[in-house]
Design a protein around this ligand. Sequence first.
Ligand SMILES: [Zn+2]
Length: 101
Amino acid sequence: MMTARGRSRWWQRLQVFGEDDLLALAGRERLERGRVLAGTIDDLYEDEWSICGTVHDGKAYLAMVHHVGSPLSCECDCPDGAPGRWCEHVVAVGLCYLEGG
Ligand SMILES: [Zn+2]
C-alpha cells in the first residue's frame, strides 16, 4: 500500500483536468452519455500513470485515462475506443474520478 506521504509526492506530477477538458476532448454528446455511465463503474482505481475503471454498457469495458504528461490521453477496449479516442467510457471514468470515485 502506498502511504499518504508517497501519494502526495507523485500526485504533483499528475495533470489536473476538469469537466471542461473532457467536454473539449469528447464533445457534449459523449460527455452526457459518460455522465450516465459513470454511475455503472464499480472498480475505479488509479495508479501512478492512469485512472482505470470497468464501465458497464451492455458489456463491460475497461477504460483508462492516462493523466501523467500532456496532453491527456486515454484507452478503452470498446469497438469505438482506439487509443486517444475519447469514447463515452473513457469520459465516464474521468467524470467518476472527478466526482471522487
Ligand atoms: Zn469505450
